[in-house]
Design a protein around this ligand. Sequence first.
Ligand code: DHB
Length: 367
Amino acid sequence: ASGQEVVKIGLILPMTGPFASTGRQIEAAAKLYMRQNGDTVAGKTIQLIVKDDTGVADITKRLAQELIVNEKVGVIAGFGLTPLALASAPLATQAKVPAVVMAAATATITEASPYIVRTSFTLPQATVPMANWASENGIKKVVTLVSDYGPGIDAEKAFTGAFSAKGGQVENLRVPLANPDFSPFLQKVADAKPDALFVFVPSGVGAQFMKQFVERGLDKSGIKLIGPGDVTDDDILNGMGDVALGAITTQHYSAAHDSPENKAFVEAFKKANNGMRPNFMAVGGYDGMHLIYEGLKKSNGAGGEALVNAMKGLSWTSPRGPVSIDPQTRDIVQNIYVRRVERVNGELYNVEFATIPNVKDPVKAAK
Ligand code: DHB
């Protein structure tokens, strides 16, 4: 209504560049959430402002600064990659503006500012169940191959720690994040002949990895593909072909998750976006908007510290399953599912076959 006070949400995402799929998924999900839930919350009008940081941390930081100072946003949100979230954290703290991290997933991010609340996941949270599944299913020797930055190193450490504690043997390889050429690393994997190759690459990069996996003949090597679910992300999975069949991953979201909430979400998301399938980034964005809406309701429209405090402890049923915000860490507590890539009605999906309920970030839980 006219005259109503406005709460602006500054959504900063990589809309162009190598990580544009993350931005496209989150923007689509945030807009879907607003269409479904309206733009009035606690008597205020919600206004979404989307900015493209191209995946470059200096740009994220400048945009966050402009949004806070010029637009006077009540919330900054998005953050497609770990360095982008970390660059913006001090601004959230200085300005006392809540920052909702919808994508970035290095465990330490929530410790960078008391104003950060996260609706994505942490790599250790998704990865420890993978190590347990591998050791319980006859896998004895693993090579890990991860993108060489925060979340990749988190995944490598979480897997290596949990798998070797159960007597498994692990060798670690790291590939550069920018313009990765996987082939020399895949040659090392072929020579090492492990039972399984554990892979972490950020969302969107899995297609390129799979192409080189086939080019090196690793699809015919008998080496099993495992990892957190980023490599078989729903945005690109169906384009990978039969090479992806049988890959086992652990993660918090599959478009094939069998619940009424998820069926409704997937159907509405596809309908609004020319058939695009939502991935785990989309669900992080959708739940991030839900967190902002429900937080504002609980704070009676107040922002700043009152809004962060209102977000702590909230729980709801997400398309991914039951979730809550850990009041101590401001991270999301959620089920992690073990999934296998299968063909369902002609399309490739991560089909969930086991659930580890209410998983907290294990790094912070151990402190
Ligand atoms: C991060 C980015 C991703 O695309 C992903 O799948 C996981 C983590 C990150 O930079 O934190």
